[in-house]
Design a protein around this ligand. Structure first.
Ligand code: 1GP
Length: 246
């Protein structure tokens, strides 16, 4: 199997856009995960991301197994903390919170987990994670003890993404945070994507296929949606079509 990263990279070169469904492991027991997986297969969803800013239950392995038993769609850990580790996943976004100035999330947690991850079977994908102000205080901002980049400061977003790339991060993930009131503007996505060579992931507060389409037209390579799909799983079909047909 191609690595997840090489797929993102090849798809970016080919102009093919990816659609990712974010699953909160806490929600898997309450949500109808069978329905989500069926819809994801029909919609040809490219990946599942799995994680959350704060997980209340020890259901990560269980949640990943539910998906892996039902389909071949890759599962990528999107960890909100170093407790969110499971070898049942295919890969892990190795996140550095480069929009923030919390040293723990720039190097501290990485040192703590390095020995486990270095010899793990997971594909570890170095990812510059940028939190962008989405109009409300988000769990990720509170839990990470960092300020997001102001929503109208495209220049700061561009320089942060380029700095992450120069430091060797393979992916850049711009996130307004789960349930953001305002998703990231097309202007900011365009400004970053025009300069950045690495694949650009965009998420946070995307509620409609129209916004997903505008984001990929502005240069996002990968669109991530969690909340809206949790509320209405049928949206997967239209969202994925909007992204894939862009
Ligand atoms: C959050 O980017 C993801 O980290 C998805 O956000 O849940 O608002 O879609 P939503």
């Amino acid at each position: 199997m191609d690595s997840i990263y090489s797929r993102f990279e090849a798809d970016k070169k080919a102009g093919k856009k990816n659609f990712v469904v974010l699953i909160d492991p806490d929600a898997v027991k309450t949500q109808n995960i069978g329905q989500v997986v069926d819809l994801a297969i029909r919609a040809k969803v490219d990946c599942f991301f799995m994680g959350g800013s704060l997980i209340m239950n020890d259901t990560l392995d269980y949640s990943i197994s539910q998906i892996k038993d039902a389909c071949d769609v890759p599962v990528v850990l999107f960890p909100g903390s170093s407790l969110q580790l499971s070898y049942r996943a295919d890969a892990m976004l190795y996140l550095s919170l480069i929009s923030g100035r919390n040293p723990d999330l720039l190097i501290g947690k990485h040192v703590e987990t390095a020995s486990f991850l270095y010899s793990s079977p997971l594909e570890i994908i170095s990812t510059g994670y940028m939190l962008i102000d989405g109009g409300v205080a988000t769990s990720v901002s509170y839990m990470s003890n960092t300020y997001p980049i102001p929503a109208n400061k495209d220049d700061i977003a561009v320089c942060t993404a380029l700095a992450g790339s120069l430091m060797g991060m393979k992916l850049i993930y711009m996130d307004a945070g789960s349930g953001a009131k305002n998703p990231i503007s097309e202007s900011m996505i365009r400004a970053v994507s025009e300069r950045l060579k690495a694949p650009l992931i965009v998420g946070g507060g995307i509620r409609t296929p129209e916004k997903a389409l505008k984001n990929v037209q502005a240069g996002a390579d990968v669109i991530v949606v969690g909340n809206a799909i949790e509320k209405d799983p049928e949206l997967i079909i239209e969202m994925a079509a909007a992204v894939h047909n862009a």
